[in-house]
Design a protein around this ligand. Structure first.
Ligand SMILES: C[S@@+](CC[C@H](N)C(=O)[O-])C[C@H]1O[C@@H](n2cnc3c(N)ncnc32)[C@H](O)[C@@H]1O
Length: 265
């Protein structure tokens, strides 16, 4: 991220969620605050090359919030949203007993608080803001057993050290759960997809937010199990397409963006 500037990719992810409300009617992920928090009109029509990312972002958020609902029904009372960006869950949280902690880079968090005020979105009492730079500060959270961590759209932007430290913190909490998404390395892609991924990587690098960490699904599963996450559900392009995009025909193992839910038992 550029010093003194909020995350531009946080704006971009929020724009995709808002566009999903207008273009697909929030069919995969319905968010009544997505357009309001953005502050500018989102894309209301299909723009070339944006559909796949829009649907991926809608699906990862839906997957995460579905898992969260199950956790809350099972007794979870704390949610940590790591790298929250313009995520709106805290402002439409249906469970008063669920305390939410939005953890983000101080520059992004300050910008978000302005956006919320401009959009007249009320800040609930069960929300706390935790400003932190994952790469420069040690994250200290008073997480209780069973805490849930939402870590969407962040892992590719961290160094491997930043990823390891944050995952270590999550794993230090008994019965914790985490949902995060990750990218597979460009070298694992066939030529056409690889070129598209490299183009997107160059774009985010040019705005000061380079992708730094990639995983192969099998390696990540070993890593997660090694840290005590015994239950792992990892959805790749085939599983996401079959579950949410009406496309059961995508071959299993197709490389691309993944979203994973891991739970310590
Ligand atoms: C692509 S945005 C995702 C935002 C949000 N989770 C979403 O899905 O819309 C990346 C987020 O990671 C945060 N981030 C990136 N690097 C960070 C760092 N070193 N410390 C704290 N937050 C960081 C940014 O501030 C931003 O909110």
């Amino acid at each position: 991220m550029e010093t003194g500037q909020p995350s531009r990719t946080a704006f971009s992810a929020a724009r995709y969620r808002a566009a999903h409300q207008l273009i697909e009617g929030g069919e995969i992920f319905s968010d009544p605050l997505a357009v309001r928090i953005l502050g500018v009109p989102p894309d209301a029509e299909e723009a070339p090359g944006r559909r796949a990312m829009r649907l991926f972002i809608a699906a990862r958020t839906r997957f995460a919030e579905d898992a969260l609902a199950v956790a809350v029904a099972g007794g979870t009372r704390q949610l940590f949203i790591l790298g929250a960006g313009l995520d709106t869950f805290a402002y439409r949280n249906p469970w008063p007993e669920l305390r939410v902690f939005e953890v983000d880079h101080p520059d992004t968090q300050a910008w978000k608080r302005h956006r919320l005020a401009d959009a007249a979105i009320e800040v609930p009492e069960n929300l706390e803001y935790v400003p932190v730079d994952f790469e420069r500060q040690t994250l200290r959270l008073a997480a209780e057993p069973g805490a849930f961590f939402l870590w969407l759209g962040v892992v590719p932007y961290l160094t491997r050290v930043g990823f390891d430290e944050t995952l270590g913190l999550i794993a230090a909490t008994e019965r914790s759960e985490v949902v995060f998404d990750y990218a597979m390395p460009p070298s694992s892609m066939p030529a056409a997809r690889r070129a598209a991924l490299e183009e997107r990587a160059a774009r985010v690098a040019s705005i000061g937010e380079p992708w730094q960490t990639y995983f192969m699904p099998d390696d990540l599963a070993v890593e997660l199990r090694g840290r005590g996450f015994a239950e792992i559900e990892d959805l790749g392009p085939a599983e996401l397409a079959a579950r949410w995009f009406g496309r059961p025909d995508v071959p299993r193992g197709t490389p691309g963006g993944h979203v994973v839910h891991a739970r310590r038992t």
